[in-house]
Design a protein. Sequence first.
Length: 67
Amino acid sequence: MADVTIRALKNGPYEVTGGAKVTDQKRGEFKGQGDPIYLCRCGQSANRPFCDGTHTKIGFKAEETAS
Ligand code: FES
């Protein structure tokens, strides 16, 4: 299995690379997944768990760094 990496983008979603699959609580796989995958972390996407770009419209701010 490839190395999966999750990257917190500045003021945006989580970018997931490496072939990870996203499933629901019953392990059903969401359709239309590519690589990378962008997961919403602003909580406002109409296509959760995926990002739909709404974070830019609402001015979502998140600039965490690994220190
Ligand atoms: S992070 Fe993009 S819509 Fe939430």
